[in-house]
Design a protein around this ligand. Sequence first.
Ligand SMILES: Nc1ncnc2c1ncn2[C@@H]1O[C@H](COP(=O)(O)OP(=O)(O)OP(=O)(O)O)[C@@H](O)[C@H]1O
Ligand SMILES: CC(=O)C(=O)O
Ligand SMILES: [K+]
Ligand SMILES: [Mg+2]
Length: 576
Amino acid sequence: MSASFRFSSSLSPLQSRDFPKMRFFNPRIVVPNPIPFLKQTKTSHSRVVLPENVKVAASELPVTAGKPVDMAGSGGLQVDLVTETDLKENGFRSTRRTKIVCTIGPRTCEFEEIEALAVGGMNVARVNMCHGTRQWHRDVIRRVRQLNEDKGFAVAVMMDTEGSEIHMDDLNGAESAKAEDGEMWTFTVLTFDPSSCPERTITVNYDGFAEDVKFGDELLVDGGMVRFLVTEKIGPDVICQCTDPGLLLPRANLTLWRNGSLVQERNAMLPTISSKDWLDIDFGIAEGVDFIAVSFVKSAEVIKTLKSYITARSPGSQIGVIAKIESIDSLKNLEEIIKASDGAMVARGDLGAQIPIEQVPSVQKRVVQLCRKLNKPVIVASQLLESMIEYPIPTRAEVADVSEAVRQQADALMLSSESAMGQFPEKALAVLRCVSLRIEKWRREEKHLDATDPSIVSFSTPPSISEEICSTASQMANKLKADAIFVYTKTGQTASLLSRNRPDCPIFAFTPSTSIRRCLNLQWGLIPFRLDFSDDVETNLYRTFSLLKAREMINSGDLIIVVSDVLQSIQAIKVP
Ligand SMILES: Nc1ncnc2c1ncn2[C@@H]1O[C@H](COP(=O)(O)OP(=O)(O)OP(=O)(O)O)[C@@H](O)[C@H]1O
Ligand SMILES: CC(=O)C(=O)O
Ligand SMILES: [K+]
Ligand SMILES: [Mg+2]
């Protein structure tokens, strides 16, 4: 596919492009210091207590602001207070299985605001490189890390790339501009000084814009929130008449439609990862983000390129690459793309601007099922609670949409504007939380009555031992009505395979790595704990029982199914 390119270690991806160019309105691009977090600062609580037999690589220690975690008194078991209180007060069955991603924006970027989201159940914090300065993103990422370190949370950080999206300029700092019915507007590739910008003129960030456009095309702003008809082309200027009036927002996304289909001219050649994105990716690697979500993925090649780039840049890093399914081209290569990725996002916002809107639900279902089959976490994103940007309660239709995603057993739901710039971020989070809990419970109850809901898990051929063990352990847990599954996992793989089976009880995942603990926080049904453990399963188990009992997170008599990825074994044990 033309939009992808090969990256070799001798050639920087920044030098290897030969594509139409995009301009970026946010020129504050600074090449980051490669690994700034290795510079440890002296702090008052910089003691790490680890059992003597356990070696933890420096890269596995929490990194923000250079402060390692003080786990004294916890026996090396790390879990956040919210999970602990929930388990203590409400028991295993009450835990939410569906994870929540919150986009951090101007409304939620201060430490206390991020903390309120974490307390409210945020599992992953997303920063969108389309907006804000690099310093802003750095501050947010470091605040999340600080919070994890101070309060034992495992909130993962996801960086979302800008991608080669075609969008308008920033309206010279105005909050919005109103386009009225029938008005003539000019979309141009020329740029202006704020003082000399002609009236009703919008600069587009893509140099090939005027060439791609034809008389009679429809220009959709934000997937159709405002619509224009192209009436004339004069050199770099495209003259349009407004046919659906509305508010133009800064940097709003633009798509062109011709005879009912998306226009794919030279714009289809724009690289999925732009030169600015590569700089953002370097920044993300240096800041130790847990996931990089790639916008407008078209083929598996770009995912493979990015994964090799990350490995070359930061050997041994756990950064997961998430493919955002929002481009019409991705639909032809869905299976290949998901196979190459570490997870996928159904990015319904842009997807609904690239394919007819009535096709979005079936694509969502297909991506969710495919991810389950391929054992990749999947996020359902955009407009879940759109009305809550302005109102304190959602519409009934929004609740139904959230319910459907939970019923499909997607790994995670995502808030965008609702948490980034809405008036009720915590209330929106609470709605996701309580709708998830209610629908999960209902689904577990229904399952016993409804045999028409077959398991969609299909195994590799020949089946792997780990897959079989995890499937059997989950079935056993369901039949015996176990209280929890415990899994001791170094790489996270076994925990992930258990999650894929969507068992009735929660899965406690113990891992010695803080970064794997954060990554597991994106996956359905996993409660990740950081714990140093040995290869001796019995010792681990009884130590865990006593640590969890001491903190009242489990009780004598609870039935636990235990899976170990070292021994590849299953045990059923009652807590002594
Ligand atoms: N860092 C930020 N600074 C300022 N505004 C932001 C920031 N992040 C998000 N926003 C605001 O919140 C809105 C929703 O965020 P979201 O991440 O969904 O972006 P988007 O522009 O819709 O693009 P995408 O398709 O990548 O999701 C944005 O349109 C923007 O107005
Ligand atoms: C999340 C995102 O990028 C979208 O919905 O377009
Ligand atoms: K983006
Ligand atoms: Mg998008």
